[in-house]
Write a protein that binds this ligand. Sequence first.
Ligand code: PLP
Length: 159
Amino acid sequence: MGLAIDHMIVPSGSAGTHAGILAGMEGNRAGIPVSGINVSRSKQEQEALVNDLAVRTAEWVGAGNCVPENAVRCFDAYVGPGYSLPTDGMVDAVRLLASTEAILLDPVYSGKSMVGCIDLTRKGFFEGCKNVLFLHTGGSPSFYAYVESFMNPLYGQKR
Ligand SMILES: Cc1ncc(COP(=O)(O)O)c(C=O)c1O
């Protein structure tokens, strides 16, 4: 595609997605940093989990000891009250993507990750980056279990 990706954002839950992508990037020397947006744990807990799994995955696929500890980066400011519990930010992000891009995020993973992606962008975290890749991990059908949050005027932008 000829597209140079400068940074990648992924949801970080059980850590399988984050660790697998990180092992792939590092093993292939892609030069693309990967940041995870936590959906449940603290930064410290999640980074330890991702690190362990990424190192073991790289070794298992024959890429050796290619994942340095400083390549593991997680953000925990967007979890809210806990795993799968809606936040105002998530409701706003899901609404924003649905109304401007016709992309339906899921409220548990990609919704909260998009909150992080938007906030980090606003804070200048991606300064100097031209192309930031956001991984939508699917799961949109779970949206329907959260419809109430989107109808509730106490959530999101209508408050
Ligand atoms: C829709 C969706 N996205 C992302 C994830 C998170 O992936 P992981 O648990 O590998 O961190 C999950 C996990 O169940 C999921 O269902």
